[in-house]
Every structure is written in structure tokens, then in C-alpha cells.
Design a protein around this ligand. Structure first.
Ligand SMILES: [Ca+2]
Length: 364
């Protein structure tokens, strides 16, 4: 069991109060699903990495692939990845999704906006509004989580494509960055590097490895987690213009052992993670619970999936510091995404063995 120990010790009181969750199957039969988005009226959109977008109706029926999804380069970790609804979706039917796009030089992460037609059977007016520069050969580390900020700008995570790790420290490219753009794909004038010569103006933060979880908390603070190499997965409080250190500092090591670079874990001018996990849990999906559906103590907690150890992790904060880490849904499957539904309940998506959309009810 030792390998399941987390970065912080779980207080015994929290273990004693561990809430049993009841899982209810909403839908299944997906192929490598990656993201879920809650539609009004209990329906869901589900992306599948090979390139299909499906709708799940309120009775759990899974639709045929929606029409209008652009061709994705579904190789390795790439494909059709995150999807979020516009804050005005109820009236404008707009949504955003990111995917791996083939092109000169290889492939790369792209962000598109589109409208869901009235019948929910097709995407219309699909327009790519951002493309990661440069495209590269390879099959790894696409990042690709999206959130909309209160001011209407979009944040998106971008991996360093593995072979491009040194470039996560350079501002002339989008490898290993979190970017902030408008819904038209422009860099907002108040982005941190718009006046820096040679820097790409969409960059919001840098020195990331492969972030696959992103949220804005109730105070408007941005958070992202990212995959470390062997060990050293991180949860970071993301601030404009800051350097998150990869690959100069890390709590991980190379696959198979051996230090990365000079083997540093801290350096002046580089941010420390709020949490880190060794061994790697392979985090995916990140949400802050706003509802009181599971009692007051869970309201405000962060929830994230572990692909590797197949559970849901809850992180509870007190005065801005994580004080409880709790493992839930042991061996539920490779947990790819977690979101809050319009009913205030948590929903999780498992990627395989089996690939399911599950509703979590407070139990027993
Ligand atoms: Ca870091």
C-alpha cells in the first residue's frame, strides 16, 4: 500500500469522516473518452480521443458522433480532447474544444469555437481560433484543458511535446505554456508578455510540462495540475508571467531513474508547486465543488482524477493551504475527467476498463 501514500499525510480525523460515495452509471460504451461537459437539462457532451463527439441524453442514451467535428490527428496522447461550454451557452449555443491538429512540421494543439445546433446533432460555424506554435513531430504531451474567465477570456494549457522540454523555458513558442486569449483568438492587451520583445503575446505562464487539469476557483484564482516525469506531478497556483520551472526544477526524475538537468527542486525566480505527488498519480481533470450536495466540508474542495492509480482525489483547503487529501472511488478505472453537473453533483469519466460516465451521490 505504500505506493498509494500521497504528498501530505491524511489527518486521521478526515479518514474517520471519509464519506462513502454511491456511484450510478449514467452511460457507457465510449472509446477512449477524454472530457465531459454538462448541457442544460441533465444532458452531457463527451469527447472521444479518436475524434468523435457524442451527446448523452438525460436517460443515458449515447448518440451517434456529432457532425462537423474537424479531423483530428489521433496519435499517441493526441486527438479530440477538452470541451467547455461558453458562459452564455443557454442563449448562444457556443462552445470551445481543443484537439490535435496535423500540419506542417507534425502536429500540435489547436483551440476551436463552434455552435451546437438546436437538435444537438452537429457543430456549426466551427472556427479554429488558436494554434500552438510550433507544430512538432511526436505523440506526447498536448496539454489541452480550457476554462473561460469571468472577463470572457479563455485560458488553455499546452504541453511541451516531450521533445521540446527545454523550450518550455523560452517565450518565443507555446510549448509548455498556459495561454490566455479572447474568444476571437487575440492576445488580450493586459497579458504579461505583450510588451516583451520576442515573446508570444498569448503566453500567460510558462515552464509547464503537461498540464491536463485547469480551473478558476471561487475567488477567480487560476490553478493547474501537471504530469511530472517519473514522480513530481504538481498542483500549481498559476499567476500571470510566472515561471513554473520545468525542466530546470522538478521533484521527479527521468523514466528509469536519473536526475533531470542538474537535479534541482528549487531555484530563484521559479515557482514552487502547492502540492506535488511522488510517485506520479498521473492527474487528469480538475474541478472545484461549488455545491453543498456532499455537506459543508466538501464545498470548495478540489477534485481530480488519477489515471495511474484509478481513483478520485479530493483536496480540501483552509486559508489557501491544502489540509486534507482524500482518495475516493478506489480502482474505479483510469479517471480522465471530473465535473460538477447542473444538479450540483460530481460526475466522473473513466477512460477504459471500463469507459463510463458516472454520477456520484453522497452515501451511504
Ligand atoms: Ca514546476
Amino acid at each position: 500500500m505504500k505506493k498509494y501514500l500521497l504528498g501530505l499525510l491524511l489527518p486521521i480525523a478526515a479518514q474517520a469522516q471519509a464519506q462513502v460515495l454511491k456511484t450510478e452509471l449514467v452511460a457507457q460504451g465510449f472509446q477512449s473518452p477524454w472530457a465531459i461537459a454538462a448541457l442544460p437539462d441533465g444532458e452531457w457532451l463527451v469527447t472521444e480521443k479518436p475524434g468523435a463527439l457524442r451527446k448523452v441524453d438525460a436517460k443515458g442514451k449515447v448518440s451517434a458522433p456529432l457532425k462537423g467535428v474537424p479531423k483530428v490527428d489521433a496519435v499517441g496522447q493526441g486527438g479530440l480532447l477538452d470541451l467547455v461550454l461558453d458562459s452564455g451557452f443557454a442563449s448562444n449555443r457556443q462552445l470551445y474544444f481543443c484537439f490535435t491538429e496535423a500540419g506542417a512540421g507534425g502536429n500540435g494543439t489547436a483551440l476551436a469555437k463552434a455552435r451546437l445546433n438546436a437538435e444537438g446533432t452537429a457543430l456549426e460555424q466551427v472556427q479554429v481560433i488558436f494554434r500552438q506554435v510550433p507544430k512538432m513531430e511526436g505523440r506526447h504531451h498536448y496539454g489541452c484543458r480550457i476554462v473561460e474567465a469571468a472577463d470572457g477570456s479563455l485560458f488553455m494549457t499546452l504541453g511541451e511535446r516531450f521533445m521540446g522540454m527545454q523550450r518550455a523555458q523560452q517565450l518565443d513558442n507555446h510549448l509548455g505554456k498556459i495561454v490566455r486569449i479572447t474568444k476571437e483568438g487575440q492576445a488580450p492587451a493586459d497579458n504579461p508578455f505583450t510588451k516583451t520583445t520576442g515573446a508570444l503575446p498569448e503566453i500567460y505562464s510558462y515552464g509547464h510540462r503537461n498540464p491536463q487539469g485547469l480551473l478558476l476557483d471561487a475567488q477567480g484564482q487560476l490553478w493547474a495540475h501537471e504530469h511530472g516525469p517519473q514522480g513530481g506531478d504538481e498542483l500549481n497556483r498559476v499567476q500571470a508571467g510566472k515561471n513554473y520551472g520545468w525542466p530546470v526544477i522538478t521533484y521527479g526524475e527521468n523514466y528509469g531513474g536519473g536526475k533531470i538537468g542538474e537535479g534541482l527542486t528549487a531555484k530563484e525566480g521559479m515557482e514552487q508547486p502547492t502540492l506535488h505527488w511522488t510517485p506520479s498519480i498521473a492527474p487528469s481533470g480538475l474541478v472545484q465543488l461549488s455545491s453543498k450536495a456532499y455537506g459543508e466540508s466538501w464545498q470548495g474542495s478540489f477534485f481530480l482524477g488519477s489515471l495511474k492509480f484509478r481513483y478520485l482525489e479530493r483536496v480540501q483547503f483552509q486559508a489557501g493551504k491544502p489540509v486534507v487529501q482524500q482518495k475516493l472511488l478506489q480502482d474505479v478505472g483510469r479517471l480522465r475527467d471530473v465535473r460538477q453537473g447542473s444538479d450540483g453533483l460530481l460526475y466522473v469519466l473513466t477512460e477504459n476498463e471500463p469507459a463510463q460516465l458516472l454520477r456520484l451521490r453522497p452515501g451511504p
